[in-house]
Write a protein that binds this ligand. Structure first.
Ligand code: NAD
Ligand code: YCP
Length: 310
């Protein structure tokens, strides 16, 4: 039996292009929420590695439409001190869906960076106010950079602001991104008047409060992926129209959803399908937790491009 191919982070970085990824993800989100069972994806299982303040998540998914079967395995750690090792590291196993043969083991860290930002961009396309001039990014790590990249590529913001917890991180962010950014010294300063807000922090308590948010703004809430972690306060969660990637995942994993008692209005895929409206004139929150099918679709794109080059 042939050995699976190994595809490195550098190769994934080269092969995975937003231009191809975004439309594929949009289709997958729609298929997931179609109610026809076109995508099989259980809520991820997550085990705690208490001794090291870490977690390991296993995310299998199958799509007959894309003919893809894959599992991402992702480890993530909370750290008090800066580290050269990324807080999130992942691998994706890609199988032949017909026989279950392992075809590829590839880096999943870059896939996680890009597909998460791409899904936030899809949510933003549907839910942002018609006039959206100011983008605010809260957090200045890996996801902050990938969100900056795709948001400035897909939309025409006049100003991009960033807030980060430490000066070191924010400086690194400002040096990494290719384009202008206004560094803000408080969350409030970054948020006031912003039309689109992205929260990509490792916070476990709310950092974003309703009183600072411009009415009609759209928020992509990407962090706080544990049932007792928060990024947004109760008032914001309850007063905004709430969209999620998956209802099942949000009810099991999102502290912002579970602890606030906010009601879920729709899955993003239902909006893609036209089954639920995109209420872009209202204040909207898209609560993103991440889906195995997003990784599977991205991994197939990488594998197909890799194959085409052999
Ligand atoms: N929804 C998804 O699909 C998905 C995918 C990947 C990552 N994430 C989440 O996105 C968030 C960012 O991930 P990342 O890879 O950029 O991590 P990162 O470690 O690279 O960056 C995290 C940022 O949060 C800041 N931070 C840490 N603790 C904080 C606190 N208590 N208050 C405010 N800021 C704090 C750090 O200084 C840093 O700027 C994490 O919560 C992660 O779990 C979500
Ligand atoms: O979907 C993901 O890949 C991430 C893993 C870490 C926790 C949040 N979601």
């Amino acid at each position: 039996m042939a050995m699976p191919v190994l595809i490195s982070a550098e190769t994934v970085e080269k092969l995975l292009q937003y231009g191809e990824l975004v439309p594929r993800l949009e289709v997958a989100l729609g298929k997931f929420s179609s109610g026809k069972g076109e995508i099989v994806q259980p809520v991820r299982s997550v085990l705690a590695i208490e001794k090291y303040n870490g977690y390991l998540g296993v995310m299998p998914a199958y799509s007959a439409h894309d003919d893809v079967l894959a599992t991402k395995i992702v480890a993530f750690y909370q750290r008090d001190q800066p580290s050269s090792i990324p807080a999130h590291q992942a691998s994706v196993l890609l199988f032949d869906p017909e026989h279950g043969t392992l075809k590829a083991v590839m880096d999943g860290t870059v896939i996680t960076e890009k597909r998460t930002a791409a899904v936030s961009a899809i949510a933003t396309k549907f839910l942002k106010p018609v006039q959206a001039d100011v983008l605010c990014i809260l957090g200045s790590g890996v996801q902050a950079v990938s969100h900056y990249e795709i948001f400035t590529e897909m939309f025409s913001f006049k100003e991009v602001r960033v807030w980060g917890r430490t000066k070191e991180n924010v400086d690194r962010f400002a040096q990494t991104v290719r384009g202008p950014v206004r560094v803000c010294s408080s969350v409030k300063e970054a948020v006031l008047g912003a039309d689109v807000i992205v929260t990509v922090t490792m916070a476990t308590e709310p950092v974003l409060f309703a009183e600072w948010v411009k009415p009609g703004a759209h928020i992509n809430a990407v962090g706080a992926c544990r049932p007792d972690w928060r990024e947004l306060d109760d008032t914001l969660m309850k007063s905004a129209v709430l969209y999620v990637d998956t209802r099942e995942g949000a009810m099991k994993e999102s502290g912002d959803v579970i602890l606030s008692g906010a009601e879920i209005f729709a899955e993003l895929g239902e909006v893609v399908n036209g089954d639920k409206p995109a209420l872009h004139e209202k204040t909207t929150v898209f609560k993103s937790l991440g889906m195995g099918i997003q990784d599977a679709v991205a991994a197939k794109l990488v594998f197909d491009s890799w194959n085409a080059q052999q």
